[in-house]
Structures are given as C-alpha cells and as structure tokens.
Design a protein. Structure first.
Lengths: 346, 263
C-alpha cells in the first residue's frame, strides 16, 4: 500500500461525545490514522463507531476539549462541506432528483469545476466503478449493488482527502456483499486513500482493515492488525466478538490444566480457572493422542467442513471444526487435541 | 365473467349516488343556458346569461385569480420553509406548531374573519384593499401547503440526503435549492394546486372580509343568486366550473404522481 499524494493522516484527540439528553456516545478517544491507511471501526451497535466516524466527517462536533486533526491542521471547527472528505452511507443517500451522472458529478458541480473537466472526471469515475452503461439511469432504476457503486464513485469524484464509509455493505445480500468487499479492498489498495470504514461485521473488518479498532460501549478496546486482534485479543469482549472462541473452565495443578473432559499441558506461570481457544486449533485425533474427550451434541454440515458442538468437555459445549468428509452421529465419542500455543488466558 | 345479482345491485347504488351528485350540476348548467328556466328547454338555449354574468361580474373573476395566485406565492414562501424546518426538527414544539397551523381549517371561517376584522379593521387602507382578503386566504390555505410538502419531506431520508450533499461540499443554499426543493417537487405541486383551488372557492371567510369593491368570485356568486334571476346565477356556476374543474383534475393527477414518486 502506498499513500496517494493527497492522502492525509487523521488524529482524534480526547474526542468525547455526549448527546443532548446526556447520553454518552463516546468516551474521550485518542485515535491516530496514518495517511493512506485503512482503519476499520468494528463493534456492536451503540458502541460509538458511527459517532467516531461522524466526528471525523464533521457531521458531529466533539465535546469541548476534543479536537480533530487532518495532518497538522485542526479541523474541529470546520463543517463537513469544507473538510473535503468522501462519504458513503449505509442508505447510499443518492439524490433521487439526479441521474447517475448527475450524482457522480454533484460534488464537482457545487465546487464550480468547469463543465469539460467535470464531464471527463465523471467518465473516469464511471469507468473505474464499471458503471458507465448506467450513466443515464435514474436512481430508482438501480439495484442495491449498483447504488453502492454510484455512491463510491460520487464520493471519490471530488478526490477527497479521506474516504469515510458507514456500514456501506450492510444493506446488500451476502453474495453481493462478498463481491463488493473484494472490489472495495482492491480499490482502496490501488488508491492509497486514507479510509475509515465502520462495520459491525467482523469478516468485513478482517478483509478490509490494515488495522481494526474494536469498540465497545463508547471506547476503543483494542487496536491492531486483523491478525493481532484475532490471535491476541486484549480481553474477553474482543475474543468473543471476533470469530468463535471456546471457553473451558478448570484448574491448574502441577503444570496441567484439569477439566471434566481431560487434561491440557499448561506452560503459563499464573494459575488460571479458564482457558480460551479457537475451533480451528482443535484437531480430532486417535484416542492415544487425545488431551480431551467428549461426545457430539450437534453436527452442522457446511460442505467443506462440519461444525461440531462437543459436550462433556467443560460446562458449556465447545465448538470444533472437522473435515466435511468425516461423518459424525449424535452421541459419538470424539478425541481432541489442542494445537501448541493456541491456549489463551484472559 | 358472469355478472351476478349483487353486481347489478352495486351498479344501481353507484348510479343512484352518481345521479344524486351529478343531476343538480347538470340542472344548473342547463338552467344557465336556457332562455327561460321556468318554461324549460323548449324556450330555447342561449349564451346571453353567460354574457351578462361576464359583463356584471368579470371583475370578481379577475380578483379571485389575483388573490389565488398571490396566496400561492405567499404560501410557497412561508409554507415550504416551514415544512422544511418542521421536517428537520421533530420535537414536541414543532408538533405543536404543526397543530396550530391546522387551526384555521378547524375554526369556522366566519370566526377567523371576525378576528381579523377586530384586529385590523381599524386600518382603513388595509381593510378596504384586496390584501385583507389575501391575509385570510393565506391563513386558511397555509396548512394545506405545509402538510403536502411535509408529507413528502418525511417520506424521503432528508437528513441523510443533506449530509450526503454537504459531504460533497455543498453549502446550505446549494443543498436547499439543489437537493431539498427538487426532491419535494411533487409535494409542492400538490400543495400549490390545493391552495389555488381552495382560494378560488373560499366563501365563508371572504364573505365577511370583502367590501363592495373587493368581491371575489364566490361572493359575487352568492350576490347574483340572491339578487338576480336564476338563469344568471346558474350561468355563474358554469363560469365557476370552467375555472375550478381543470384545477381539480390537475390536483388529482399530481396527487397520483406524488404517490408514484414515493414508492
């Protein structure tokens, strides 16, 4: 990834947001986004991710004491129309009174870009988003995926200093979402534009983010690369929000973690009463190699693999993934082994 | 499709109701065109009465049109921004304002007119000019404009559209004229036709507010029924129809278009 010349770094300093009525949407937040970086704000609804985005956009202003910086410039008091950001909304917010061309060119028009230059830029954008054949369509004649492409073209046409996306794929069906996610990813890499992407979908966050900021109850809980967040979650909220995490209660005795389903080697020095691990770190093995034993409580065939729910290992069933070729019946006894270094203790 | 007895029963009821509504209209029109209504059609048909209405009352037609279009201008200037503010700021207070705006429709026109006379009757120049009638009409028709525009504004995601426009660099004026107004066009058109139609037909309030020199069409109409022969009053009805029916047809058409827009 290389930052494009116009890309700008963004910094939030002590940005809190309290809405009229006293609801604290955002605790004081410090966040630094490098020029050209794609950062994903991820979290459940009400976690403050959209509020953070709107602070960056200039659609909300932070409580007194907070400031928003683009590069070295303090833009806290600058309204959105003077921040030069491109924004894509969950509902697209395309203008029904204008056709596709008119929508894409709107930002250039209000900025007073001359007609010839404007038309050329619109053509470039339409070509880039592969929507040139739709140029004369009315907005209500477009599908959801087409609308999202128009929205992206419109936001990028003004060559914004940063691109801000608020759950842009949420309104689309699963297949289209996957396809557009790939396209957006390729586009962001190619453009090298500073991007803030808000979503509640962890798969989207993993696929798109250079870094992910996981948010909960108005605060950033952890910030890091997708790999960091997945492999080394900072706390149980992150661990359970991203991917699937198994929990197993037990006791450490003489370097061994003991639980109802068996025993696990325990190398950590601190004693713990609970370990966590991902389904993909559990292998189904021969009885002689087993660390844990349980019975199949549920088996969901997913085609390429089978997702098993195993009871008898701990208080709650644990989730294990097996090859789709193996056949499991309810009540089968399975023997499990957990990969080295996969145990987490939070 | 075989038609059952209930079909014919429904047809009969519909025809009866239709007749109940339409027969008086036809009678009025015929009366306005016959030489002598009491002798009936055999006395012959004539345009004489319409000519006489025109020579006696053409001033009321012009005044009605003047008032109606001035009223339209005022309700556009007041009502569209009012609807915009009401749509943007949904609170207890704006709902109260919305209800207050409806009051002149609920209160009898005579009462509103009386209040206007009590309040402004002392200003002679104002009292005797057509502006006095205009004020009454604006009070009465404003809620129709506000409601029509508000209905469209609340059916589109106004806040997000404006945020989208401002993210692209549009100032308030650019947003308002380039995005907000064009997207509530169907509401503005429906409201405008409603305002013109209501203003042309308004009688209650206008009857109280008018002076002998500021008679609108419906007031002249009442005047002719009370003091002229029945044929002249009926011919007046024809003139009135010619003005109001095309407007009503347009209202219907735009109401349908507006409904399509919102789908």
């Amino acid at each position: 990834m290389s930052a494009q010349p116009g890309a700008v770094s963004i910094r939030l300093e002590r940005c809190a947001k309290t809405f009229a009525g006293g609801t604290r949407a955002l605790e004081p937040l410090d966040l630094a986004i490098a020029a050209g970086e794609t950062i994903v704000l991820l979290g459940p609804s009400g976690c403050g991710k959209t509020t953070s985005l709107r602070l960056i956009a200039g659609l909300e202003s932070p409580d007194p004491g907070g400031s928003v910086l683009f590069g070295d410039k303090d833009v806290t008091r600058l309204p959105i129309e003077r921040r030069n950001v491109g924004m894509v909304f969950q509902s697209y917010a395309l203008f029904p009174n204008l056709d596709v061309r008119g929508n894409v060119g709107y930002g250039l028009k209000v900025r007073g870009v001359a007609a010839a230059e404007r038309e050329q830029r619109i053509d470039e954008m339409l070509a880039m988003m592969q929507i040139a054949p739709l140029a004369a369509r009315r907005i209500d004649q477009l599908s959801g995926g087409q609308k999202q492409r128009v929205a992206l073209a419109r936001a990028l046409a003004v060559q914004p200093r940063a691109l801000l996306l608020d759950e842009p794929l949420t309104a689309l069906d699963a297949k289209l979402r996957d396809q557009l996610r790939l396209e957006i990813n390729a586009l962001l890499r190619r453009l090298g534009i500073t991007t803030v992407y808000v979503t509640h979908d962890q798969a989207e966050a993993m696929a798109l983010g250079d870094r992910i900021a996981v948010m909960n109850r108005g605060s950033v809980v952890q910030i890091g690369t997708p790999r960091d967040i997945y492999r080394a979650p900072a706390d149980r909220f992150v661990a359970e929000f991203i991917g699937t995490m198994n929990r197993l209660a037990g006791d450490v005795r003489d370097g061994v973690f003991l639980c109802p389903g068996g025993r696990l080697p325990w190398k950590g020095d601190a004693p713990t009463r609970e370990v966590l691990f991902r389904p993909e770190d559990v292998a189904i093995v021969a009885p002689a190699e087993a660390e844990l034993t349980g019975t199949v409580a549920a088996a969901i065939f997913l085609g390429d693999r089978t997702r098993l729910s195993i009871s008898g290992v701990g208080a709650e069933p644990i989730i294990v993934e097996a090859s789709g070729r193996q056949i499991f019946k309810l009540g089968d006894t399975v023997h499990l082994r957990i990969a080295d270094g996969a145990l987490l203790c939070l | 499709m075989t038609r059952t007895g209930s079909f014919y029963a429904q047809l009969a009821v519909t025809a009866l109701i239709g007749a109940f509504l339409i027969v008086p209209v036809i009678l009025s029109v015929v009366a306005g065109l016959t030489v002598n209504f009491f002798q009936g059609l055999k006395s012959g048909l004539t345009l004489r009465w319409i000519g006489e209405v025109w020579s006696l009352y053409s001033g009321t037609v012009y005044l009605s049109l003047l008032v109606a279009f001035a009223c339209l201008g005022a309700t556009l200037l007041l009502g569209v921004p009012a609807a915009y503010v009401l749509a943007k700021r949904q609170s207890r207070w704006t709902r109260l304002v919305e209800e207050l705006l409806m009051l002149p429709v609920a209160v009898p026109g005579l009462a509103t007119a009386l209040a206007l006379i009590l309040l402004y009757g002392g200003f002679r120049e104002f009292r005797t000019s057509w502006h006095f009638i205009l004020v009454g009409h604006v009070l009465f028709t404003l809620p129709f404009m506000v409601r029509a525009v508000l209905a469209v504004l609340t059916s589109i995601d106004l806040a997000t559209l404006e945020e989208g426009a401002s993210s692209l660099g549009a100032s308030f004026a650019q947003r308002f004229f380039g995005i907000v107004l064009p997207n509530c066009r169907s509401g503005i058109l429906a409201g405008a036709l409603m305002v013109v139609t209501l203003s042309i037909g308004e009688f209650n309030m206008t009857w109280m507010l008018h002076t002998p020199l500021t008679k609108t069409l419906p007031v002249g109409f009442a005047d002719s029924y009370a003091s002229m022969r029945i044929e002249i009053g009926s011919a007046y009805t024809i003139v009135f129809f010619f003005m109001i029916v095309p407007l009503l047809l347009l209202v219907q058409r735009f109401a349908r278009l507006g409904a399509l827009d919102r789908q």
